[in-house]
Design a protein around this ligand. Structure first.
Ligand SMILES: Nc1ncnc2c1ncn2[C@@H]1O[C@H](COP(=O)(O)OP(=O)(O)O)[C@@H](O)[C@H]1O
Ligand SMILES: [Mg+2]
Length: 293
């Protein structure tokens, strides 16, 4: 029989060791979602991602749109998309294997390919179909010696409330909703919020709305101002103070495979995305301190 004193000492040593190993911190996962197309989801994923990286955060964009606009807009050639998010969600590659660096320091992307549009047919009958992204994200920060841990994961969702968007919502800590300042904006929002509630109830009880960002705002246009005022009246403090103005530089940048912050740092679009990143980090602090829900 072993000496009890030795046994205790050994146990204590083990406990001491376990304390000294830093547990990898999971990233904050924000799903950028709105079932409407053309409202600024991808533009927000690319430029908010770039702005957060510029502030010093390690950011991963997960492209969950089969169109792959986030991947193309960040200059990722289709031929270089060796492993895509389709492979990841099918369980054929790890998320780390799909991650590619971008030209922006601290910003990486897991690119998508058109295969992703067939995902529902492929895994639609599987019991874990809604949790594929969540499962893939779990080991992301498992202490790779030569790869940095990510602080933020931004998931660029497709323009639909399909299985891909549900995967994003089931994996996310919070949802960020880009809302275009146009007449039907609020109508689409109520449908989106219903889906968020359903996901919360059935798949991800901790899910919250991080915030709503008004996009393509045109201060000279009465309708644009009226919509912004209505959304603020209905959604209160959930609407970020920062509005993204309609700005031609923002729409030109993707054709050069660059975020607008790289294409033209001084334009009003870049300034707005930098302000949004600061506001999001501030809200993150408040969420962590439990001051907002
Ligand atoms: N602030 C903006 N100013 C001008 N054009 C914009 C702005 N935000 C987005 N766009 C343009 O609007 C179109 C739709 O934006 P996108 O981000 O692709 O929307 P989504 O991902 O929601 O479909 C794109 O051509 C994009 O370049
Ligand atoms: Mg898009």
């Amino acid at each position: 029989m072993s000496d009890p004193a030795t046994t205790t000492a050994t146990a204590e040593t083990v406990i001491d060791w376990s304390k000294r190993i830093d547990k990898p911190k999971p990233p904050r996962v924000l799903a950028i979602a709105n079932q409407k197309g053309g409202v600024g989801k991808t533009t927000t994923a690319i430029n908010l991602g770039t702005a957060l990286a510029a502030i010093g955060e390690q950011v991963l964009i997960v492209d969950l749109d089969p169109q792959g606009n986030a991947s193309t807009g960040l200059g990722i050639d289709r031929r270089n998309r060796r492993h895509s998010t389709y492979d990841v969600l099918c369980g054929e590659a790890t998320l780390r294997e799909a991650v590619l660096p971008t030209a922006v320091p601290r910003l990486s992307i897991a690119p998508s390919t058109l295969d992703l549009s067939g995902l529902e047919l492929q895994i639609g009958q599987e019991r874990d179909r809604a949790y594929r992204l969540r499962t893939a994200l779990a080991p992301l920060n498992a202490g790779q010696p030569d790869a940095p841990d990510f602080n933020y994961v931004l998931v660029d969702c497709p323009p639909s409330l399909n299985l891909l968007t549900v995967n994003a919502m089931a994996a996310a800590n919070a949802i960020l909703v880009p809302l275009q300042c146009e007449f039907f904006a609020l109508e689409g929002l109520s449908q989106l919020l219903k889906t968020v509630d359903q996901v919360k109830e059935n798949l991800n009880p901790g899910l919250t709305i991080h915030g709503i960002v008004l996009t393509m705002h045109d201060a000279r246009n009465n309708l644009s101002n009226q919509v912004a005022a209505d959304v603020r009246q209905h959604m209160g403090s959930k609407v970020y103070e920062t509005m993204i103005p309609r700005n031609v530089r923002v729409s030109e940048a993707p054709s050069y495979g660059k975020p607008v912050l790289v294409y033209d740092l001084k334009c009003v679009g870049s300034e707005a995305y930098l302000r949004l990143a600061t506001e999001i980090i501030q809200r993150e602090k408040e969420l962590r301190a439990g001051r907002v829900d």
